[in-house]
Design a protein around this ligand. Structure first.
Ligand code: ZN
Length: 422
């Protein structure tokens, strides 16, 4: 099979889980170029497209490619470098020490290595935050579909915020799909958040929020290790001691004027949201614009954050997705491993619901609900296949899959294949 495969073909598998209705036994997908054109039972699809090349994937389930909703490929090279720390603040110090040893070329290598690894585990789309948007032009065509988010921090230079945002937009615009990521409330000023919100209606936004207990302590109580650390580097701590992180983000009544309401009404992808109080849940209930939430199960376990309240957030209308986060707090870029970790922490969750968090839900968070996350005519043909055995619970097998994905298609191009072509 040539590397690029055929541009028009029918792909047959024992099951097609299109995420668009019930899984189709003896299913097939017809593709043309970078789009799906037909989905159904194999005999029917092949009759509608006579003479077309057929790839038979045999005893496998064909799935939409996975979408990683939160990742930092910059730090792929930090895998195993930072042992668990006593506190989140110690981890911030440790990653800063590691980052100081890296050159731009190390980061380029790290990002490329991360792309290759994510792809091996079946990820076809990634929301990737980079602290170095100027390096994007050195990365020649990422091998998977990428939303580049320029990660922005102005805590050490609060007077340079406007220039920081302008130059980040200039760099990140080099990518086809892009957005902005003010890092977190403790490192990015209100002005930085506002400037990002004003960047244009098509510019996606993401941020880290309510990740750790120490962030809660810093903002709500004006105390704790993170408070002391941020104060020591010269941050203006005037917004602390009034509100929770979530309260500040959504503009709760008690928030200090320096912070009120900077994050609405645009629809953000909010990473983490681990630490929430009852008053936070009241605010979330009242919110009209329900943002997207990116949860990183294994990174969450690494830090030992409070239990993630996925069911409560879901019931309030929040769209929950999964991301791997970076390898500075995780040990692989496998979303399957994060699905397994999620299932371990919430055994009562249905595997199908978990799988939606890396397909349908994540596509919605990127505004791609009409092109990605499902196998449907008109959608992109980003597809993966994994083994499945007859008589097993299909989604149970999918969410429990442990290994690399040996068949993957992105933009109508097969990346590798070990099955029968005829
Ligand atoms: Zn992150």
């Amino acid at each position: 099979m040539p590397e690029n495969g055929e541009r028009r073909m029918i792909i047959r598998a024992r099951v097609v889980a299109s995420m668009d209705g019930a899984p189709i036994e003896n299913g097939a997908v017809a593709i043309s170029g970078d789009r799906v054109v037909d989905v159904g039972k194999f005999p029917e699809v092949s009759a509608r497209y006579p003479g077309q090349a057929i790839i038979d994937l045999g005893e496998r389930v064909l799935l939409p490619g996975l979408i990683n909703a939160h990742c930092h490929l910059d730090y792929t090279c930090l895998r195993g470098k930072i042992p668990r720390q006593k506190s989140f603040t110690d981890w911030v110090r440790a990653i800063n020490t590691e980052k100081a040893k890296l050159s731009p070329q190390d980061y380029v290598a790290s990002i490329n290595e991360g792309f290759a690894e994510a792809k091996r585990f079946g990820t076809t789309t990634i929301a990737n935050l980079t602290a170095f948007p100027e390096l994007i032009r050195q990365l020649h065509g990422p091998p998977i579909r990428t939303w580049w988010f320029a990660e922005l921090i102005d805590v050490r230079s609060p007077n340079g915020t406007n220039e920081l945002v302008d130059s980040a937009i200039e760099s990140v615009k080099f990518a086809q799909n892009y957005g902005l990521a003010p890092h977190a409330l403790f490192t990015a000023s209100k002005n930085l958040y506002v400037r990002c919100e004003e960047a244009g209606k098509d510019v996606l936004l993401t941020t880290h929020l309510a990740e750790s207990r120490e962030e809660m302590e810093m903002f709500r109580d004006a105390s704790g290790p993170l408070y002391e650390f941020m104060e020591s580097i010269g941050r203006d701590m005037g917004d602390c001691g009034h509100e929770t992180p979530l309260g500040l983000f959504v503009g709760a009544p008690n928030a200090s004027p320096a912070r009120t309401g900077h994050a609405l009404p645009k629809c953000w992808i909010v990473a983490h949201l681990n630490e929430l109080t009852e008053s936070d849940f009241e605010l979330l209930e009242k919110m009209r614009t329900k943002f997207h939430v990116a949860h990183s199960p294994r990174s969450h376990d690494y830090f030992g954050h409070s239990p993630f309240q996925s069911e409560r957030l879901r019931r309030l209308g929040f769209n929950i997705c999964l991301g791997t986060d970076s390898l500075a707090s995780n040990d692989s870029l496998s979303l399957f491993a994060d699905m397994r970790a999620f299932q371990r922490s919430e055994p009562e969750s249905s595997p199908e619901k978990i799988f939606k968090m890396v397909t349908v839900n994540a596509a919605l968070a990127l505004g791609q609900q009409n092109t990605l996350g499902r196998i449907r005519p008109g959608f992109r043909d980003d597809l993966i296949a994994i083994p499945c055995r007859e008589g097993r619970d299909l989604f149970g097998e999918i969410a429990a899959f442990d290994g690399e994905v040996d068949w993957i298609m992105i933009n109508g191009r097969t990346q590798s294949i070990q099955s029968t072509c005829r």
